[in-house]
Design a binder for this molecule. Structure first.
Ligand SMILES: [Mg+2]
Length: 406
């Protein structure tokens, strides 16, 4: 048992002026499917890719059987064989997500999208418009429901990490408000695993020093945490005092684009892996071009059949959104990679973004119709065709005839 010595600095919790909302859609992908397909309502719905992939989302009806997201699909099928299994429709979820975000922007000029189904709102000064925090929270939930037909859970607290924890307290369709004077008591009793970034490994490490509740963290002085756990320890010590200075930042742009596929069967076939990389480069390149992004870093990701993961990245001299450059860079990384075991999953991503700038080589040798290099012209032509006829309308020669698995 850890001796508890309370050494809270008097201003640690004096953040009364701040009110942050964390809005988290309930079982988002599954809820969208149930909303779009009324026959799925009230049923166990599991959203996932291929049979060998993992569960992307599941309805609350499915959770009763112990199914949760990130669980292998095969296991989900064993636990809940009568569930309705539906494929992931990412573009549809992105569309609903944009509607949710635009609803939230009616409430606060400061909305930070944290993921496809989560956002932080700065609630400072909103009481004059919407009344008490309770009224504000209810109004947000009501507006989201009216606009999308979907429920969300809202957490309200003086700082970001507490708002996030709060939104999880009464899920689904929850509302949980944590006022400044309740924070200390709330944190003392809170399991450390609830702090974002602690995870299962962190929880185990903390258990070794007898720390199970957030309140226990205060039983050791700050230097103990710094010496033993470095930056992570310092962060924990701050969180245990309710400190989280991160502001809500209006920043919705993605910082990377990626794609990956789990093979139907583990593979040693480099040619097959490259066909997948081509398909992924196609998807990633198209998303980059659509958003007007270019990235300098291309990363290859390989998961072996023993679930060990290897990532290899390379930074290009010029940022790119070209399908060919992305593919060739990833394929080159794959060529250099020994494959000691068969491969279960392969993926690539592009990061290190800069805004797309039309920077043409001084002496382009191969030009397309608009004077841009041939690559760019080809990408543009293929993008236009796909916008009009769907993404399977046209595949480059390299992947032609290769059946998609997920
Ligand atoms: Mg959610």
């Amino acid at each position: 048992m850890v001796p508890i010595m309370m050494t809270i600095s008097p201003d640690a919790l004096a953040l009364t002026s701040r009110l942050i909302l964390h809005v988290d859609m309930d079982a988002f992908f599954a809820a969208v499917e149930q909303c779009d397909h009324p026959e799925l309502r009230g049923k166990a719905v599991i959203v996932g890719g291929s049979e060998r992939g993992v569960v992307s989302a599941c309805s609350y009806e499915a959770r009763k059987f112990g199914v949760h997201s990130a669980m292998p699909m095969a296991q989900a099928r064993r636990l809940c064989p009568l569930a309705v299994f539906v494929p992931v429709r990412m573009s549809r979820y992105a569309e609903v997500s944009r509607r949710v975000m635009s609803v939230l922007e009616r409430f606060s000029p400061l909305v930070e999208q944290a993921s496809v189904d989560e956002a932080y709102l700065d609630g400072g000064g909103l009481e004059r418009l919407f009344g008490s925090p309770l009224q504000l929270g209810l109004a947000v939930k009501q507006a989201v429901l009216q606009e999308t037909g979907l429920t969300c859970s809202v957490g309200m607290a003086p700082v970001k990490f507490l708002a996030k924890i709060a939104s999880d307290q009464n899920k689904p369709d929850g509302l949980f408000i944590l006022t400044t004077d309740q924070v200390r008591e709330f944190l003392d009793a809170l399991p450390v695993s609830k702090i974002p970034g602690v995870g299962r490994q962190g929880t185990e490490k903390l258990a070794l020093v007898g720390v199970r509740r957030v309140g226990d963290i205060m039983g050791y002085p700050e230097h103990f945490w710094r010496d033993r756990f470095g930056k992570w320890g310092e962060l924990l010590y701050a969180r245990a005092q309710g400190i989280d200075p991160r502001p809500v930042i209006r920043e919705t742009k993605a910082k990377s684009e990626g794609a990956e596929n789990t093979f139907a069967e583990d593979s040693n076939d480099r040619a097959e892996m490259k066909r997948w990389l081509m398909d992924q480069a196609e998807r990633v390149g198209r998303r980059l071009r659509r958003e007007g992004n270019m990235g300098r870093t291309v990363t290859l990701k390989i998961k072996f059949n023993d679930f060990t993961l290897r990532t290899r990245g390379t930074t290009l001299r010029e940022p790119t959104a070209s399908t060919r450059v992305i593919f060739e860079t990833a394929a080159h990384l794959l060529d250099q990679e020994p494959l000691p075991r068969s491969v279960r999953l392969i993926g690539l991503s592009v990061s290190n973004f800069s805004q797309a700038r039309r920077q043409l080589p001084l002496f382009p040798t191969r030009n397309g119709p608009a004077g841009e290099p041939l690559d760019m012209a080809l990408d543009k032509a293929l993008d236009t065709i796909r916008e009009r006829f769907g993404s399977s309308a046209l595949v480059r020669g390299r992947i032609f005839g290769f059946r998609k698995q997920s």
